[in-house]
Design a protein around this ligand. Structure first.
Ligand code: GUN
Length: 299
């Protein structure tokens, strides 16, 4: 029996894992060039407060990614009873530390700490998460800025897969400060040129709104929310969802579920990102890209 090549069946898949791998190779060779020319190793620091399972995993990946591309990394840990004052003090220290090019404070933080205050304490030039209002504002008016990792990773996928976005009707479901809102800005900017709708929990006839999208971006954090009847034939579907659900099939006891009911939606799509292996790896690599920009800006 002749087997159909796997690649042929999955031709519409946007492979974020493979693309992120390529970008990591590019970053690694840029780091080698920097070092050969006598510059210092780019250095990313991460602050992790407490022991949330998800945050532990994400930060461990960030540190591992740094090693892979030749960055220096520092992990700074605090117990979850750290005071806001102590945390802000550490942030000021990192702002002043010449060796650190960029740093992140992994979110969420414990309830007694004001996240916005923490974000605003970070020097915008070291805010490689792109969460500081200065970076968000600069992004809105198209000035050079650190763009948060997930939107930036998604835009990179559109570019590398040469997906035609100009004049397309793009519906983003979800209006978070980290994903939906900044992505809506980027999608409407020149070069991308999409016509953007930001849908959310109060959107009337959400299924009909989604079904009109040429490009549907699901970023609401609700597993398998987007069903086949909400997707137009030939649409491009980007799944930002990464909800950890219990699983007996993995070592960790969890697996990731996207916001899209993949099996029924994928056959209708021109392109679709899987979960895992779609947006997630691109988010991770975008943080590395921002750190490299921060390092180069200083050298
Ligand atoms: N928590 C979930 N996503 C992120 C992220 O991209 N950056 C930080 N700092 N915390 C997060």
């Amino acid at each position: 029996m002749i087997k159909t090549p796997k690649r042929a069946i999955m031709e519409n898949i946007i492979d974020g894992k493979l693309t992120a791998h390529e970008i990591k190779r590019e970053i690694k060779s840029e780091v080698e060039i920097l070092i050969e020319s006598g510059k210092k190793q780019p250095h990313l620091a991460a602050i992790l407060v407490g022991h949330d399972g998800g945050s532990e995993t994400y930060v461990a990946y960030k540190i591992k990614d740094c090693e892979e591309v030749g960055f220096k990394s520092s992990l700074i840990r605090f117990e979850d009873d750290i005071s806001e004052h102590e945390l802000l003090k550490k942030i000021h220290e990192l702002n002043e530390n010449e060796d650190i090019d960029g740093f992140i404070v992994q979110l969420p933080l414990p309830n007694h700490i004001d996240e916005q205050k923490v974000i605003e304490a970070i020097d915008p030039n070291k805010d490689v998460d792109g969460f500081h209002p200065v970076n968000v504002g600069r992004t809105v008016i198209g000035l050079p800025s650190f763009v948060s990792a997930t939107p930036s990773g998604i835009i990179e996928l559109f570019k590398r897969y040469q997906i035609d976005t100009s004049g397309k009707n793009c519906v983003i479901v979800g209006r978070s400060n980290i994903v939906g809102r900044p992505l809506s800005i980027l999608m409407s900017q020149k070069k991308i040129n999409a016509t953007v709708t930001v849908a959310h929990s109060r959107t009337r006839d959400l299924d009909k709104v989604c079904a009109k999208a040429d490009i549907l971006i699901a970023a609401l954090g609700s597993p398998e929310f987007i069903k086949a009847d909400m997707v137009k034939e030939g649409a491009v579907v980007i799944d930002v969802g990464t909800t950890r659900v219990p699983s007996t099939e993995t070592k960790s006891g969890f697996r990731l579920k996207g916001d899209v009911k993949y099996d029924e939606v994928a056959p209708k799509c021109a392109h679709i990102t899987p979960v895992p292996g779609g947006v997630g790896p691109m988010t991770r690599v975008a943080l590395l890209g921002n750190t490299l920009i921060a390092a180069k800006a200083k050298s």
